[in-house]
Design a binder for this molecule. Sequence first.
Ligand code: FNR
Length: 368
Amino acid sequence: KMPILEQCYNLMDFEAVAKNVMKKTAWAYYSSGADDEITMRENHNAFHKIWFRPRILQDVEHIDTSTTMLGTKVDMPYYVTATALGKLGNPEGEVILTRGAKKHNVIQMIPTLASCSFDEICDAREGDQCQWLQLYVNKNRDITQRIVQHAEKRGCKGLFITVDAPQLGRREKDMRSKFSDVGSNVQSTGGDDVDRSQGAARAISSFIDPSLSWKDIPWFLSITKMPIILKGVQCVEDVIRAIESGVHGVVLSNHGGRQLDFARSGIEVLAEVMPVLRERGWQDRIEIYIDGGVRRATDIIKALCLGAKGVGIGRPFLYAMSAYGLPGVDRAMQLLRDEMEMNMRLIGARSVEELNPTLVDVRGLSMH
Ligand code: FNR
């Protein structure tokens, strides 16, 4: 029996409900990670290695959780990250996430492989609501250029190029649940040349260019004025290279544990990256985001203390949307907001600017 929405008290609760009510193939696609799913589990577990060093007597009556991301003011330091195939979980698809993001004034990243068309997701925007585009780079660069320039024309404020998926990871749960009608609108090759025996992910991703390289970055910078962010960077050497190549940001991410198993968690990589950047005085040259396993506001706070500008959240909103539609997404976002305010108060930080490395004890992370 399905619990009523008010019985969901945290983001994990939505996952439990979704598992029970979702179609098996959809659950398999959303919940799967690569290979043994070690990285997928580690993404969340890594946050448990960091403890707080709260400060007392800070006059925390008023708490401000707002910040800016790539120049856009948002009410909370997270964004709804790109997750493909929204209609697997809910017939209305990604536009539900657009509406939830509007209500809570956070940014939505639109996936290349959304179920709704790109224009439908833009049309669902209200007022000056901000959206970003997640880009899978097509072997045919003309197609990619058209997508990027169309997104810019439609008002997207950031281009997130996914760089951790030259080939789609083996997600065995997904492969076992033989996929039939994936219903993606964008670039899906469609028709008879789609191999559906390998699960949803592989069926729709054959257009992605594995030859993408650093040499392509100047071209991307030349075809758009949107800030460019590399999504899926996994070590400090590549963050430095990203800065040198002129991009505006990176997402330290392992694709929710769906690509390389035994990739490290984003928070672990962040702890590697920030001291090196600070040593060079480069910490303000780009914006650094992380995603993967963020389920509690304390996870967000830890990332911000270590120097992230914000975090991406994926599966929890998919599960909330699949289980309860827009009211589910609304409640998940409200729970996060309540958790954020309470925990910032308990830590003694009145604003996002006050979150800093002295508020966390990272000796449990393997880097330290
Ligand atoms: C993803 N992710 C993803 N990333 C991307 O760049 N393009 C994509 O099409 C997708 N699709 C996708 C589908 C599903 C079902 C999931 C769960 C994830 C990865 C996503 O952007 C993000 O990196 C992770 O989801 C973050 O981890 P959590 O929050 O899901 O733990």
